[in-house]
Design a binder for this molecule. Structure first.
Ligand SMILES: *[C@@H]1O[C@H](CO)[C@@H](O)[C@H](O)[C@H]1NC(C)=O
Length: 315
């Protein structure tokens, strides 16, 4: 019974994505002296890309058995971030995504990482396909605009782990003296990290710097949500691998809008930073590479910066 529902939801998303107001336009041409193209995108340097590697491994570690994450023995992901100290793990990997909280001494930051939609965990995928939005919970997100709405399923998932994460982050900030929190997640975990960015920014003292780095993240909320998010969380990167189809759902035709911060991994070592919310006019940005699901490739949802993410990659 679950599988036909999933297929139906995919086809429906395809329809909505196709119905969204996408126009293919050439990049602006510099008319004055030559024909070179002005592009709002900027190329990422090799250093920018290598800086993402440990963050990608921390997103991968969230899929691993909580015992191995607690001991930091989860395989290549844990080995890539030596000295990381996990202080809290939670979730069951099914109804509630795994997550962990810990201290990354090398970066002097408290880290919260959320597991995402493993293709092997169908329940989690189905959670991802309930397309209704609700206003942000006024208790968890006190101070957010009343009109801002976000995916109801993502909000329900987020609410299940919000308070234990907040308490542990507060405790670790006090214990380590760090003034920085980094939220990480892949897929559904990226959506949860996005919500956690806002939640923690609204519930921690203003002198705590909040940074978010997510991978293959679906759209989370509407235009008011995105505008508020952009204002409150300037240090945000959402990394997309070339033709991944998850970042184009739920469709913009339903009123979903991404926050800023897209980094788009292209062929080879090429990657660009897309400064807008969805960068319609830039052929190197996600919405042009994947104008609808027919152009998408689910395999590109599983590898970022050459690093495979998923529960089968915990070795
Ligand atoms: C994007 O995904 C593909 C397919 O899994 C993979 O071969 C490629 O290495 C990924 N790109 C990056 C930059 O990781």
């Amino acid at each position: 019974m679950l599988f036909p529902t999933f297929v139906f939801a995919l086809v429906w998303s395809l329809f909505l994505a196709s119905a969204s107001p996408i126009t293919r336009r050439a990049p602006l041409t510099l008319a004055v002296h030559d024909n070179s193209l002005i592009s709002a995108v900027t190329a990422l340097s090799a250093t920018d890309i290598s800086d993402l590697v440990p963050l990608t491994q921390l997103a991968r570690a969230a899929y691993c058995d909580p015992k191995s994450v607690q001991d930091w023995t989860c395989g290549a992901a844990c080995e890539a971030v030596p000295g990381f100290q996990t202080t809290l793990t939670g979730g069951d990997g099914n109804a509630v995504q795994f997550f962990f909280v810990g201290y990354w001494a090398d970066a002097n930051t408290v880290v919260v990482s959320h597991q995402g939609t493993d293709p092997l965990a169908l329940m989690a995928i189905l959670t991802n396909l309930d397309l209704l939005r609700d206003p942000l919970d006024p208790v968890l997100f006190s101070g957010a605009p009343a009109g801002a709405t976000a995916h109801s399923g993502f909000q329900e998932q987020h609410a299940m782990t919000a308070m234990p994460i907040l308490e542990e982050v507060k405790r670790l900030l006090a214990a380590t003296g760090s003034r920085s929190v980094t939220l990480i997640g892949h897929s559904l975990g990226g959506a949860l990290a996005e919500l956690d960015c806002l939640f923690l920014a609204l519930n921690l003292p203003e002198n705590i710097a909040i940074k978010g780095v997510t991978f293959g993240t679906p759209r989370v909320g509407d235009d008011e949500f995105a505008a508020f998010f952009d204002a409150v969380i300037p240090d945000f990167q959402r990394v997309n691998n070339k033709s991944d189809l998850v970042p184009i759902i739920p469709g913009r035709g339903l009123g979903y809008v991404h926050p800023k911060g897209e980094l788009h991994l292209l062929d080879g070592d090429r990657a660009v930073q897309c400064p807008g919310n969805d960068n319609d006019n830039e052929e190197d940005c996600q919405i042009q590479t994947v104008p609808n699901l027919l152009f998408g490739n689910l395999l590109d949802h599983l590898v970022f910066n050459g690093i495979p993410i998923g529960s089968i990659f915990c070795f």
